[in-house]
Design a protein around this ligand. Structure first.
Ligand code: MSS
Length: 369
């Protein structure tokens, strides 16, 4: 059992009862506490930092935040105040750590195998409405991309720890330039200025892409010919075998796969009627369908979606009433995205413990009497 650690100081404003604190930099939302209103309340949203966040002072005067835009015909440094006059859009996305569900992979390893990293179950994820300026509008205002640009590369604004090679610690990620159609430079989340802990004053949002690609306190956005050689891009967040070294030839952790899990009930009780609820999403595709099973995946029933459809990158909540006779029940859910991809029963382990999307891992086993 995990010791109940208190929330780290920089997120002390969050709901203290909503989290499992793995470490100062990894804070998981308790299963079932993402709320019933599609959008995850900010005070219950998970936290993941690869390096210490910058000081609070960077959100003292948000509009003065500066971001360098490079790899365009007319490169420039823009303030947030200037960005706010260049365009406005909103997008709801699932913000999910690449390692969400890693625990299920770790639990399935053979003797001698090891996957290091935070043992997240399902709580390194939430659904957030971001508002900001489309990167495309900014790029067009600055004369368009330079010839040969193939990636959008964003750099985090942390002060890097002394004594380490900058490339080893800098949070800098490249995503394919096709995302230029959807990337947002966001200053609000769920209608509020983005708190420092979630990347304020300005965050690069790549809809449908895994958490790590959504650069907090973004200070540079560059259209580049090559992927950054920062370690976080070149030698981590790659699909590689367990025990193998990660390298730039392996697929990068970019688009999120289709996934769902149950948020209630999580505990047994009296036999009879229960309401099975959960979340389902398709990554870069809309989620089209979700099914629920109370017998560990032998038989399935379609579960209706509830609440507003906030678009293809958001998750949808589902709710299915079920009658559970006295006994042991294994509740699971299985989503299908708009392209017809069905959530698999399991995800083969990979060296970083990334992109788990099996329906078996987050099964809820409960007893009714
Ligand atoms: N950004 C920056 N700048 N830094 C850091 O560290 N991290 C990542 C993203 N971004 C970072 C960034 C990760 S890794 C994640 S998940 C995310 O973020 C989280 O978010 P939040 O807001 O929740 O904390 Mo994994 O894939």
């Amino acid at each position: 059992k995990l010791e109940a650690k208190p929330l780290p100081g920089y997120v002390a404003w969050k709901d203290p009862n909503a989290f499992i604190v793995h470490s100062n930099q990894t804070v998981e939302t308790k299963r079932g506490l993402v709320g019933s209103g599609v959008v995850t309340p900010i005070n219950r949203l998970f936290i993941r930092n690869n390096v210490n966040p910058p000081p609070d002072s960077i959100v003292a005067d948000r509009d003065a935040w500066r971001v360098e835009i490079a790899g365009v015909a007319g490169p420039r440094t823009l303030t947030l105040a200037e960005l706010k006059r260049m365009g406005l859009a909103s997008v709801a996305t699932v913000l999910q750590c690449s390692g969400n569900g890693r625990k299920y992979m770790q639990d399935a390893l053979q003797p001698g195998q090891k996957i290091s990293g935070t043992p997240w179950t399902v709580g390194a994820a939430g659904c957030v409405i971001w508002s900001g300026v489309p990167l495309k509008a900014v790029v067009e205002a600055l004369g368009g991309p330079v010839a040969g640009a193939k990636f959008v590369t964003g750099t985090g604004g942390e002060e890097l720890p002394a004594g380490l090679k900058p490339k080893d610690v800098i949070v800098e990620r490249s995503v394919p330039i096709a995302t230029l159609d959807t990337v947002l430079l966001a200053w609000e989340m769920n209608g509020e200025p983005i708190p420092l802990a979630h990347g304020g004053p300005l965050r690069m949002i790549v809809p449908g892409y895994s958490g790590v690609n959504n650069i907090k306190y973004v200070k540079t956005v560059a259209l580049t010919e090559a992927e950054t050689d920062a370690k976080i891009q070149a030698a981590s967040y790659r699909m590689h075998g367990v025990g193998e070294k990660a390298g730039p030839a392996q697929p990068s952790i970019w688009e999120q796969p289709v996934r769902s899990w149950i948020t209630a009930p999580l505990e047994g009780g009296a036999a009879g009627r229960v309401l099975v609820t959960g979340v389902a999403f398709g990554g870069t595709n809309a989620v089209a369908r979700v099914e629920v099973s109370a017998d560990g995946g032998r038989t399935w029933t379609d579960a209706p979606f509830v609440g507003p459809d906030l678009g293809r990158y958001a998750w949808r909540l589902f709710a299915l009433p079920l009658d559970l006779p006295a006994g042991t029940h294994v509740l699971v859910s299985r989503a299908t995205d708009a392209a017809g991809t069905v959530q698999p029963e399991d995800t083969a382990p990979n060296g970083g413990g990334y992109s788990y999307n099996g329906w078996r891992g987050p099964a809820v086993t409960l007893r009714t009497a």
